[in-house]
Design a protein around this ligand. Structure first.
Ligand code: LLP
Length: 386
């Protein structure tokens, strides 16, 4: 039996087939792994309500699939709200979040009757009439992740300080808004269930200020190998302090393992280091450059193990998709390599820098390849230029 958490969601043959048919660089996804991730979340969190943080991967095909499975959406831009509406989500299935919401986001969220996540005291007066809200708390805790991915630290820009909560509660009541509950999200790619536990406990103490609440939303942020059951136990306990239902907002956990970035070897070279040159780089997968993320790699050629850096085609020294990666020796131009765990924050953070068209995205649905996004062209890139 295969390991249910095996990082390669597609077989070597499927990956070869997709690369031959759709070209590279290519994002390829497995529907079975998507469904499996959702099942793992449901197994750990029981009947907690799930809101997909669509920033992780907002492709409409994925959104439709999750919506059909009863998952709601956490949205942080007008475009994300439009995507939720596009796949048929109603206001009851949408959370409007973000530290600096635009007038248009307030207006559309209000029209839809969505729930707003209030991120600062000054926001209350901007809310549409009689809004339903969660108040995001900044628990002021350092967590074990890259500093760019920590959102619950005292120095981060997110959330309301616990000492500001009383004034927010007064303002909400004066404005005729409904406080549904509290919200927190302490960061992303966090592995230690203890970090979550500490943050949840700090928020649970606030029940003396709020009294009973309908909802406690503990956000997402679960690393791919985090102990979901441990996190769920702590979250459930915190929700119980408010007599509240538990909500969660996973992004990465739902989609990361389902996706791989397929890229072909363009050549090799040795300077002070050994480089394997690829047709994908920082423009297709920014995470290694931005966060020092190390994506597992599957090389589809054979050879004795060597150590090499994976370099992209961009004219930037930092354009590396991996450093000191173990690869089979003897790669030749055209050989195929997969960067794994790339389904979250991969395609969506790709850019047109260097007028590089963003890659196509395809899904193996169990029987066939479905195109989720066609490959961009240079014309697409300059279309809005005058
Ligand atoms: N809820 C809120 C309020 C969030 O800000 C986020 C992510 C999530 C949920 C989902 O977090 P997740 O379960 O995916 O960790 N670009 C970075 C990740 C940034 C995450 C931002 N907020 C990366 O590539 O790792």
């Amino acid at each position: 039996m295969s390991d249910p958490l095996s990082p390669a969601p597609l077989t070597d043959n499927q990956m070869r087939q997709a690369a031959d048919r759709f070209g590279t660089p290519l994002y390829a996804y497995s529907a079975a792994e998507l469904d499996a991730a959702l099942s793992r979340v449901r197994a750990a969190f029981g009947d907690a309500r799930i809101w997909y943080a669509m920033k992780a991967n907002p492709n409409l095909t994925l959104l439709r699939r999750l919506h059909a499975a009863g998952v709601g959406f956490e949205c942080v831009s007008l475009g994300e709200l439009a995507r939720a509406v596009k796949v048929g989500a109603g206001g009851r299935e949408i959370l409007v979040n973000g530290p600096a919401k635009s007038d248009e986001e307030y207006r559309l969220g209000g029209e839809l009757g969505a729930t707003f996540i209030v991120d600062r005291p000054g926001e209350v007066e901007l809310l549409p009439h009689a809004s339903r809200v969660l108040v995001r708390i900044n628990p002021g805790l350092n967590v074990s992740t890259h500093d760019h991915l920590a959102t619950g630290a005292a120095h981060s820009k997110f959330g309301v300080r616990p000492d500001q909560l009383p004034e927010v509660l007064v303002a909400l009541q004066a404005g005729g808004h409904t406080l549904r509950g509290l919200h927190l999200h302490i960061g992303s790619a966090i592995r230690d269930a203890g970090d979550f536990g500490a943050a949840f406990e700090r928020v649970a103490e606030l029940h003396t200020l709020t009294g009973p609440l309908e909802v406690l939303d503990v956000g997402g942020g679960w690393g791919l190998d985090a102990d979901l059951h441990g996190i769920a136990a702590r979250a459930t306990e915190a929700a119980a302090s408010f007599g509240a239902a538990l909500w969660v907002e996973p992004g990465r956990y739902l989609v990361a393992r389902a996706g791989v970035l397929l890229t072909r070897v363009m050549g090799n070279k040795q300077t002070g280091r050994d480089f394997t040159l690829l047709d994908a780089g920082m423009t297709e997968l920014l995470r290694p450059m931005l966060y020092g993320a190390a994506h597992p790699v599957r090389a589809l050629w054979k050879g004795e193990p060597i150590t090499s850096d994976l370099a992209g085609p961009a004219c930037e020294s930092g354009d590396l998709l991996g450093q000191d990666v173990t690869l089979p020796a003897g790669a030749v131009r055209g050989d195929l390599l997969a960067l794994l765990e790339a389904g979250a924050y991969g395609a969506t953070m790709s850019s047109n820098y260097l007028t590089r068209p963003r890659p196509a995205e395809v899904l193996w649905d169990g029987q066939q390849w479905v195109t989720m996004r066609g490959r961009e062209t240079a014309e697409d890139i300059w279309a809005a230029e005058v």
